[in-house]
Design a protein around this ligand. Structure first.
Ligand code: HEM
Length: 466
């Protein structure tokens, strides 16, 4: 309903608690593109689309006309100059330098070793404790803590030890969740309104201000300590494989736009990578285990595959677990950790679907809805069916990224896809091989409205040993 003055906003606000499913229903019924009219003078017109041709055009073939842009930067201001927020030469240098470290074999080995160590030293003891005492655990909280510890070790060489039996309060983690929720609501408010709320420090914007202060303070201290350590002990550069050490000592003749001597530059970079790695992978693991609990036949197949192809954990064998790969892809198709992508054209444009857009339009690609479109995935689009990912030759089927969009497409596609599969599979192998996970009866699994697909009520499970 397009109301005078208020536009379509009232209808959207009513649907906010179930925005992802609602958008999927709307886009299913409207040939995959839907222009939403915001209130008059609010500059809130949004073109929702999941049309693969539009997606390919925006994210790849006409990428230059769709930078992150000024408005994106404002909405995501908590990220400062992190890779997600920047364009042009700075983005190119950030991307090339990040690609160099994330794709390096030593870093990937560091990542697997870190996950294995954390699993053995912290995750397994918590699961064993839950088995022994027959207690309920929140698997989402465990995954978030696991990823927070492992991500900080990888990104900053620091272990905050959040994953432990006494479950310490994770102030930084809560701050990031608060910020992600706040950023989500900014998308659906006129700019002047959320800016005023931020300035006055009220509502969800009050949380944003606090979140930013907590996150900045936490990272600033880590950066100061690492600089001091590198000054007094030059050899520690060789010993430390983490991303912060890499950026403090990065070659600025090669990456001219990076500013390693500036603490704010480092803080923004590390915060961006932490967000990229922690919440995305923990969300992927949470939905994956929830789906497996609903599909015990898939769980059994994965367990059989692990026992047959990887009787003893060896990271080199992770590639052999094709059914596990397929189940992870299927889970990310239905529950992509980043549920939408937001763009604005730099210059007026006409999309392949025929829709005209200009600088005042926001274009929102619902990654969540892309995975549920019958016109893209067939009549069983809503079903969890890992088999759809396996080719006749028993190999993992490649799907084009503008169809399987969980890791984005085009020049800004995810740099951590390989790393995240390594992490997810390492955790899945350890848990599935040794434990049965049962979601507590009546537990409601629904996504919280946010820019990352967290479960609103966590994932409460009981654990038994097999
Ligand atoms: C299941 C796990 C993950 C998912 C679903 C995921 C998804 C995504 C998506 C959708 C984007 C595009 C965001 C945008 O531009 O709006 C992205 C970008 C990115 N991801 Fe991931 N990601 C995951 C894990 C990781 C990990 C573990 C890392 C690094 C350690 C990482 C590093 C990055 C970086 C650096 C970018 C920015 C690329 C650029 O702007 O050029 N991601 N990811």
């Amino acid at each position: 309903m397009n109301w005078p003055v208020l536009g379509m906003l009232p209808g959207m606000l009513i649907q906010l608690p179930r925005i992802y499913d609602w958008l999927a229903e709307v886009l299913q019924a409207t040939d995959m593109t839907y222009p939403f009219r915001g209130p008059w003078l609010s500059v809130m017109d949004i073109l929702f689309t999941v049309d693969p041709e539009n997606i390919h055009y925006i994210l790849s073939s006409n990428f230059v006309n769709y930078p992150k842009g000024v408005e994106f930067k404002e909405i995501f201001d908590i990220l400062g100059d992190a890779i997600f927020n920047v364009d042009s030469e700075l983005w190119e240098d950030m991307r090339n330098s990040a690609h160099a470290i994330f794709s390096h074999q030593d870093f990937q080995k560091f990542s697997v070793d870190t996950s294995v160590k954390k699993l053995k030293q912290a995750f397994v003891p918590i699961l064993e404790n839950a088995v022994e005492k027959n207690t309920i655990v929140d698997l989402q909280d465990l995954f978030q803590r696991f990823l927070f510890d492992t991500s900080l070790i990888l990104m900053a060489g620091f272990d905050p030890k959040c994953l432990s039996i006494d479950m310490p309060k994770v102030e930084y983690g809560d701050a990031i969740d608060g910020a992600a929720d706040g950023i989500f609501y900014r998308h659906f408010k006129p700019v002047f309104l959320w800016k005023l709320q931020y300035w006055l420090g009220v509502g969800v914007e009050k949380k944003m201000r606090r979140s930013l202060a907590v996150a900045n303070n936490f990272l600033e201290n880590i950066i100061k300590d690492r600089r001091a350590e590198l000054k007094t002990n030059h050899d520690s550069k060789e010993e430390n494989l983490d991303v912060l050490t890499y950026y403090i000592t990065v070659d600025t003749t090669k990456y001219k736009h990076l500013k390693p001597s500036n603490d704010k530059f480092l803080r923004d970079a590390i915060l961006g990578f932490l967000l990229a790695g922690r919440d995305t992978t923990s969300s992927a693991l949470t939905w994956f285990f929830w789906l497996l609990s609903k599909h015990p036949e898939a769980m059994i197949k994965i367990r059989q595959e692990i026992n047959k192809k990887m009787p003893k954990f060896d990271p080199a064998d992770l590639d052999k677990l094709v059914y596990l790969d397929a189940a992870v892809c299927e889970s990310l198709r239905l529950y992509p950790s980043v549920p939408f992508n937001h763009k604005s054209p730099a210059k007026p444009d006409v999309l392949p679907s025929g829709h005209k857009v200009d600088e005042n339009w926001k274009i929102v690609i619902s990654i969540y809805a892309v995975g549920r479109m019958r016109s893209i995935w067939g009549d069983d689009a809503e079903d969890f069916r890992p088999e759809r990912w396996i080719s006749d030759k028993g190999k993992l089927r490649h799907e084009p990224s503008y169809k399987f969009l969980a890791f984005n497409a085009g020049p800004r596609s995810c740099l951590g896809k390989k790393l995240s599969f390594l992490q997810i599979k390492t955790v899945a192998v350890e848990i599935i091989r040794n434990y049965d996970i049962k979601v507590v009866d009546g537990h409601k699994a629904e996504p919280a409205p946010s820019v990352l697909l967290r479960m609103k009520h966590g994932l409460k499970v009981s654990v038994t040993k097999i």
